[in-house]
Design a protein around this ligand. Sequence first.
Ligand SMILES: [Zn+2]
Length: 501
Amino acid sequence: MFSLLAATPAPKASTASNVPSQAAKMAGPTAAQLQAAERLVGPALTEGHAWARLTELTDGIGPRLSGSEGAEAAVQWALRSFKADGVKAWLEPVKVPHWVRGEERAELLTSERFRGRPLQVMALGGSAATPPEGITAEVVEVSSLEELAALGDRVKGRIVFFSHDMKVAEDYGRFAALRGRGPSVAAKAGAAGALVRSLATASLSTPHTGSTRFEDGVTPIPAASVTVEDAGLLHRLLAEGGPVRVRLVLGCKELPEVDSFNVVAEVRGRERPGEIVLIGAHLDSWDVGTGAHDDGAGVVMVMEAARLLARQKPAPRRTVRVVLFMNEENGLRGARAYAQAHAAELPRHVAAMEMDSGGGRPLGVQLRAGEGAPELVRPWLSPLVALSAGTILPGEAGGADLSPLVPARVPMFGVRTDASRYFDVHHTHADTLDKVEPEALAKSTAAVAWMTYVMAEMPGLLVRPSAPPTAPSLTAPPSLGRPPVPGAPPAGAGNVKSSDR
Ligand SMILES: [Zn+2]
């Protein structure tokens, strides 16, 4: 038994009914509902089930970029695992891109001193290949898209080097457009290639990949990330007056699209089964590392929440639906397919959460809803106090895979996790199980399970947020139009992402 409820105020009388009174809507959990907290938080903290599942997914299956064998294996694993957990699950079809990495290397040809010195690079997802012998060109440095535009013709035939000074996780949103859109803008201006300083908060000579998107009508060019260390060297050499020439060899390929799936699971509500609380994470990862933080951690958190909720008697009032989205990293096809297939149901989606900021410890709760949401939710946060997550934090809940639900005004909630070290390993070979702390994962899993229960059980509903001024364009480049960037944690004040994945 846990003393999680020590800080809990005296339970209020249960007034749950189909038509709750205003007072009931604003009340906190009843004694019976607080017992559910013990049954959710306790096992999440002690049973190690989420950790075991993360081990299976990362060590057992490994990388799972859309279209790959790993992605297909992950789909089958998730379906099997839900069933083993006693949770009803099924597959929903999604057509996904199938980009594959090939040979990748670069070298400096600057001067006798540096001739042949290798640069650590990694192709960006969506990059074009170079000819087998590579491209050799002079490097021109920019630190913003505006600076690139100002260069005009001087970009032609060059390799554009996108430099920035990302230091902390909160910088990600500011600089992600350099990776997401920069190469397309450079291609349009006639560049031969692009190098982007890795979006990272730490580096031991580790390049960070990520998606880049070429605008329709723009012929893709070779585009790669370069380590923070090598970006620093390029910057210094250019500052000394250059010229700096680089040879870049990339063997990546865009293969035909592949049939894949979102994995969907459900715990049916006892009283209002037509009202849906969606909790999601993305099942795909990059092809490097094993996607332990991004987004294996989110996947096992929501799977564990479903397992624990399926054991509750009585079941929560509303239906909890888990969606493991495919192709968040390089397309958001799963997110769009879900929104399309369930369009008629979206008005009955009463709350949605996406966990996609890694497996760090929980810091608190975020919301994106109409008026009165904090007042409605706050009385239910007492079970999170012992997890040091019992407060509502500034900033908005959301997530790249939830962005297609924004026009339908689906209220959003989220457990914000500590992402301060997330971008040390994000999209690298180093995003592996050993980077996840079991205790932090267990705590965040507990918080996710409880908050999901709260949304499915509380008598009142979150008021739907107002419609966005203009519906976010789903065809806009990943770095611009989408509220959150794919591959990035959700938007929010003090949170990691603001505009790019
Ligand atoms: Zn992610």
